[in-house]
Design a protein around this ligand. Structure first.
Ligand SMILES: [Zn+2]
Length: 199
């Protein structure tokens, strides 16, 4: 590492901060950047700056978006009265990749963790209920993880929606207990959505 000029060392240090990238890989990436044409390096640097400047949370679903509302919420072919509630943007992306869902999403931003002091007010649960009223949501699919926290979060929301006339279901078969949605393959996720059961 000390054999490189400082500018290269700085780039190696930056790459090495990325998840899953050790110093050897960081070194290889830096040398790769060095070998490629200047435009390619500029495009890479530009994309990195761009995501930090442009990406924000959609005002409706709290998913990642380049504008005020994300492309899914703006898509008129989606069923706006059907909302799939997930923990994180990565879960929404996983369900989108499965192609099994044609409604819209609501991202909670985590799960209830009473032991760690994370209560309903720390998640976007109030926003979910406001949205259900405002957008006349008819069906809610609770697609939080199948671990204890995901289950209790789903149970809490289901309980609060009981008697409101909104149909509530929970993703089912196929998702392993303790499963994190983003690691589940497309087919399993599709079955889990298709096989959801009413709560
Ligand atoms: Zn959105």
């Amino acid at each position: 590492m000390q054999h490189y000029p400082e500018s290269i060392r700085a780039l190696i240090r930056s790459f090495a901060k990325l998840p899953g990238i050790g110093e050897k890989t960081a070194e290889r990436l830096a040398m790769h950047v060095l070998r490629r044409p200047a435009q390619e390096a500029e495009a890479l640097a530009h994309s990195i700056v761009d995501v930090k400047q442009k990406v924000r949370l959609c005002v409706d679903c709290f998913g990642l978006s380049d504008g005020e509302r994300c492309h899914i919420c703006q898509d008129l072919s989606r069923v706006a009265s059907l909302v799939c509630v997930v923990e994180q943007p990565a879960d929404m992306i996983a369900i989108e990749k499965s192609g099994a869902f044609k409604g819209v999403y609501h991202i909670l931003g985590g799960t209830l963790l009473p032991m760690e002091g994370v209560g309903p007010d720390d998640l976007r649960i109030r926003e979910l209920f406001e949205r259900i009223r405002r957008d006349e949501i008819k069906e809610v699919i609770l697609a939080t993880g199948t671990g204890v926290e995901g289950e209790s979060t789903a149970a809490y929301i289901a309980q609060r929606l009981a008697g409101t006339g909104v149909s509530v279901s929970r993703i089912a078969s196929g998702v392993p207990v303790g499963g994190d949605l983003k690691y589940i393959d497309k087919m399993t996720l599709k079955c889990a959505l298709d096989g959801r059961h009413a709560l």
